[in-house]
Design a binder for this molecule. Structure first.
Ligand code: URA
Length: 232
């Protein structure tokens, strides 16, 4: 890859800005200042821009244990989940799907549009599992209504899903779709209210139990491959 392209990939800045910085002497390769924007660099080389080492990998994949109170946005806002990541990643990453501001748990972030598209595509049907805490007890007939596929307040219909009661006011719900505020709206449709919602699984990937709210880690190559698998 050309040095200016590598800098653009790693920083999210435009090629011209990168070329200018290289010509100014702001970029070094393996410890030596490099002013030639068209020279080639490989992933194994150490490229430093104004003191910060760049990550030359083509794509990045992270699992975040989303805390309450942050929002899924790439806008440069103090309440964005991206503030939890170092600046070198912030410009590159976006959220795979969305969780509400008050929803916690498993959130994937990447810069790989094809990975995002695959996981979000209705064709792929990646399961999403949530732990739900409710304001009122859940009855057996509520479970039946939720599982069978239901009509929401605006007339939208949901696909059949699985509901696994755990306590009087707690359950798990496993969905194969992701409508806006879907879990909250489904429980509202059986006259209940979600008071806490945590996503604990997407497809084959469980939320890493060693991550506290607000912590993240990179996905392993195996996890990325499993999530990218096509289902029949
Ligand atoms: N369903 C919701 O209602 N909220 C979320 O954040 C995710 C699913």
């Amino acid at each position: 890859m050309r040095l200016d392209a590598a800098c653009a990939l790693a920083t999210g800045k435009g090629r011209k800005e990168c070329r200018d910085a290289i010509r100014r002497g702001a970029v070094s390769v393996d410890g030596i200042v490099e002013k030639k924007a068209d020279r080639t660099v490989t992933e194994g080389q150490r490229v430093v821009w104004s003191g910060e080492e760049l990550d030359l990998r083509e794509h990045l994949y992270f699992m975040l244990c989303k805390p309450d109170g942050l929002v899924c946005t790439t806008e440069d806002l103090p309440e964005s989940v991206l503030t939890l990541f170092p600046p070198k990643y912030r410009k590159r990453l976006f959220c795979v799907g969305r969780l509400d501001k008050d929803t916690t748990g498993l959130l994937l972030l990447t810069d790989d549009g094809a990975f995002d598209h695959h996981l979000m595509s209705p064709k792929h049907h990646a399961e999403k599992e949530y732990v739900v805490t409710l304001a009122r007890p859940l009855s057996a007939s509520d479970v039946e209504s939720l599982q069978g596929g239901m009509t929401l307040e605006n007339g939208e219909t949901t696909l059949p899903c699985r509901v696994i009661p755990e306590g009087e006011t707690t359950c798990r719900i496993v969905l194969r779709e992701g409508k806006y505020h879907q879990v909250k709206r489904m429980f509202a449709a059986v006259s209940n209210r979600v008071i806490a919602l945590r996503r604990v699984r997407i497809g084959s990937l469980d939320l890493d139990p060693t991550l506290a709210d607000g912590q993240w880690r990179e996905l392993t190559e195996e996890e990325v491959l499993l999530l990218s698998e096509k289902k029949e």
